[in-house]
Design a protein around this ligand. Structure first.
Ligand code: UDP
Length: 325
C-alpha cells in the first residue's frame, strides 16, 4: 500500500496529550487494514469512540461486514472492500495494519499470498506481527523456514525488516507489535483456532477436539487487552517490537477444562492427531511492554471466555435459524 499523508506536518504528533489547552485538536484520520476482522473491528470501535475518522480496508476474506455493520451510518466511518496486496492511495495520519488471515486453516489456503501480503512495499506506521515464542526465556527459536506454517512466520519476520528499512529510508514513523493468541467476541465461528473451536463445539454439544496429547501450551489474550496495547504502542514513543499477549499459560487440556466450566460440564473431549510443526509452548514475555508502554492485560481467561461464549451463542443461534450473512 502506498499512502500519502494528509497533513505531513502533523503525522508525527499524537492525537492526544500535546495539544495546548483551548486549541481544538484536529481530527485524526486513521486506516485499519483488516478492520472488518476480529481484532480490527474491536480497534475500530475504540478509534471511533475517541473521535477519529476511520477508514477500513478489508477484502472480506476472513473479515465480515457484520463486524462493522453498527458503524455503517456513522459519517466518520468508511469501509473499502479492497485487497491490501494492491496499491491504494489515501491521505491519512495513522495506519494500523492488521490485514492477514491469522488462523492456520486460512493462511495455509493461499501460502504464497500470505507471505506476499507481508512483504509488499508499504508505508504502514504500524506493522502487526506475531512471533512464535517468549523471546527472552527461550534463546533458540524452533523456526523452520520450509514448514507449512513458514509462510506466516517468515512473512511476519520479513515484514519487520521491511518496516524498519522503510522507516529509515522514508522517515516514516513505525511501530511493531508481536501479537500472541487472542480470543473474544467476533472471532469466526469456524476459524479453526483452538478457543473458537472449543467454544463452538461446546455450545453445539459436540466433543472438543484436542490435537495431540493436549499438553502443548498457549497463552490467551482477551481482545480488548490487545486493542489497548495497540493503541498504547501507536501513541507512545517506542518503535518496538513489543510482545502483546497474556502471559497466563494453559495446556490445551486445561483450556478444555475452563471451557467446560464456562459452558457445559458435560461436554466430551476427543483426541485427534496433531498438525505438523505445532509449537509445543508459547508464552509471551511482556516485561518490555509493561515497562515502556505501561501496558499489561487485565482480563483473565475465566472472565473473557463467558463474554466470547455469549457472542458465539447468539451467532450460532442465528446460524441455526438460517439467518447467516
Ligand atoms: N488445537 C487443538 N484443537 C483444535 C484446534 C487447535 O487442540 O481444535 C491446538 C493446536 O494443535 C495448537 C493449539 O491448539 O497446539 C493452538 O492452535 P491455534 O490454531 O489456535 O493457534 P496457533 O497454533 O497459531 O497458536
Amino acid at each position: 500500500i502506498s499512502i500519502s499523508h494528509h497533513e505531513r506536518t502533523t503525522i508525527h504528533r499524537r492525537p492526544t496529550g500535546r495539544v495546548p489547552v483551548g486549541v481544538p485538536r484536529r481530527r485524526m484520520r486513521t486506516v485499519v487494514t483488516g478492520g472488518a476482522g476480529f481484532v480490527g473491528s474491536h480497534l475500530v470501535d475504540v478509534l471511533l469512540a475517541r473521535g477519529d475518522e476511520v477508514i477500513v480496508i478489508d477484502n472480506l476474506f476472513t473479515g465480515r461486514k457484520e463486524n462493522v455493520a453498527h458503524h455503517l451510518d456513522n459519517p466518520r466511518f468508511e469501509l473499502i472492500r479492497h485487497d491490501v496486496v494492491q496499491p491504494i492511495l489515501l491521505e491519512v495520519d495513522q495506519i494500523y495494519h492488521l490485514a492477514c488471515p491469522a488462523s492456520p486453516v486460512h493462511y495455509k489456503y493461499n501460502p504464497i499470498k500470505t507471505i506476499i501480503s507481508f512483504c509488499q512495499r508499504n508505508s504502514h506506521e504500524f506493522q502487526g506481527s506475531n512471533l512464535l515464542v517468549d523471546l527472552k526465556s527461550q534463546s533458540v527459536l524452533p523456526v523452520i523456514g520450509r514448514g507449512v506454517r513458514s509462510c506466516y512466520d517468515e512473512g511476519k519476520r520479513t515484514a519487520e525488516t521491511l518496516t524498519m528499512d522503510y522507516s529509515r529510508n522514508e522517515g516514516v514513523e513505525v511501530r511493531i507489535a508481536r501479537i500472541f493468541n487472542t480470543y473474544g467476541p467476533r472471532m469466526c465461528l469456524d476459524d479453526g483456532r483452538v478457543v473458537s473451536n472449543f467454544v463452538s463445539q461446546a455450545l453445539r454439544k459436540q466433543p472438543m477436539t484436542v490435537y495431540g496429547d493436549g499438553k502443548q501450551t498457549r497463552s490467551f489474550q482477551y481482545v480488548s487487552d490487545l486493542v489497548d496495547g495497540l493503541v498504547a504502542l501507536m501513541e507512545g514513543e517506542h518503535v518496538g517490537p513489543f510482545n502483546l499477549g497474556n502471559p497466563g499459560e494453559f495446556t490445551m487440556l486445561e483450556l478444555a477444562q475452563v471451557v467446560k466450566e464456562t459452558i457445559d460440564p458435560n461436554v466430551a473431549i476427543e483426541f485427534r492427531k496433531n498438525i505438523v510443526d505445532d509449537p509445543q509452548k508459547r508464552k509471551p514475555d511482556i516485561s518490555k511492554a509493561k515497562e515502556l508502554l505501561n501496558w499489561e492485560p487485565k482480563i483473565k481467561l475465566q472472565d473473557g471466555l463467558p463474554r466470547m461464549a455469549l457472542d458465539f451463542k447468539n451467532r450460532i443461534f442465528k446460524e441455526e435459524q438460517g439467518d447467516v450473512d
